[in-house]
Write a protein that binds this ligand. Structure first.
Ligand SMILES: NC(=O)c1ccc[n+]([C@@H]2O[C@H](COP(=O)([O-])OP(=O)(O)OC[C@H]3O[C@@H](n4cnc5c(N)ncnc54)[C@H](OP(=O)(O)O)[C@@H]3O)[C@@H](O)[C@H]2O)c1
Length: 310
């Protein structure tokens, strides 16, 4: 990773130039940085990345608007997802993955939302199809996606079980989980409880073991998984689920989140009402960006890792 000064981009007629004040780090940043798993190079570039700028999630202030932009004006506080978020400026299409910030939120809290909260929302609402009264388990409840998934499953009326390690039990309870299983002491796949949906960010259990604790008609959502296969990464698990489908009783689903404006508006409104909040683990200065990415990559973050722009 190298800091480079480039010309400030000029927005087109339907685009907005944002001065970034804070960004957040996601696993996709270091996947992109390393070009691993190799399968992603089909999209990101075979030998070297076709796009040199990294970073996905930002919050900042609108600095310039294109001639035909009606939705945003100079000075608006905005947040969202756009490649190149680890920089002082991003250009975002007017109807791209960006909206106005929650009134009460700081730039750091808003920068935390982007990919992680959108993934959590789409996992809960569109993939797990969570309804009131259902029992939902979130594996990896203390991470970037998990902290949002616990809160969003509660918003949809579920009884939520979070899985976390001892040091994170209180935090996961604090964001609304009805029950927290400490994975250093108990294995949820060996318990008597049955779940209508499991949202899995970790991928540390056999598919058959997960199938066994899903209720009839249950849904198993594979969001993330181990990175031990250099070629396919977490996709090995998805491939295994497809092959095992005939012998599994639950529906196993792998999905990739799609960042969009409508979902950011929904998340923003929940934050404004106080039903959703960002959990922030650490904040780094822009000059410490490599350390921020290294920390995220270690896989121990409690919520989100933030980078503050100069
Ligand atoms: N499908 C998509 O569109 C999509 C989008 C975003 C992310 N993802 C993927 O989703 C996964 C999670 O992303 P993230 O941003 O939430 O990651 P993250 O913030 O790095 O997750 C770290 C958290 O995972 C917890 N954890 C580690 N091992 C665990 C275990 N055995 N059981 C329960 N929790 C455990 C850690 O807690 P401890 O330190 O206490 O163990 C830590 O709090 C990644 O694989 C990422 O690539 C997929």
């Amino acid at each position: 990773m190298r800091l480079k000064t480039i010309a400030t981009p000029t927005p087109g007629d339907t685009e907005v130039l944002v001065r970034v004040h804070a960004a957040s780090v996601n696993p996709l940043d270091w996947h992109f940085l390393r070009g691993k798993p190799y399968i992603m190079r089909i999209l990101s570039g075979m030998g070297a990345p076709t796009e040199e700028r990294i970073g996905a999630d930002f919050a900042g202030t609108v600095q310039t608007v294109g001639a035909r932009v009606t939705e945003f004006k100079v000075g608006d506080r905005v947040f969202g997802s756009r490649t190149g978020a680890f920089g002082t400026h991003v250009v975002v299409p007017e109807h791209g993955a960006m909206t106005r910030m929650p009134h009460s939120a700081s730039f750091e809290q808003a920068a935390a939302i982007g990919v992680a909260a959108t993934t959590a929302l789409q996992a809960v609402r569109d993939q797990a199809l969570v309804r009131k009264g259902q029992r939902v388990l979130i594996n990896g409840a203390s991470g970037g996606v998990g902290t949002f998934a616990v809160q969003i499953a509660k918003i949809y009326g579920a009884h939520v079980t979070g899985v976390a390690s001892t040091r994170n039990v209180d935090m996961v309870q604090g964001i609304g989980a009805d029950r927290v299983i400490d994975y250093t002491k108990d294995d949820f796949t060996k318990g008597a409880e049955r779940y209508d949906a499991i949202i899995d960010m970790v991928g540390n259990h056999e598919l058959r073991a997960l199938d066994a604790v899903l209720a009839p008609g249950g849904r198993m959502i594979i969001v993330g998984g181990p990175n031990d296969n250099a070629y396919l990464g977490p996709l090995t698990r998805s491939a295994a689920a497809i092959l095992a489908a005939p012998v599994l009783k639950a529906t196993f689903i792998t999905f990739t989140a799609n960042e969009n404006q409508a979902d950011l508006v929904m998340l923003r409104d929940w934050m404004q009402r106080g039903t959703l909040r960002s959990v922030i683990d650490r904040e780094y200065a822009f000059a410490e960006l490599p350390a921020a990415v290294t920390y995220q990559e270690a896989g121990r973050s409690r919520g989100k890792v933030i980078v503050k722009m100069p």
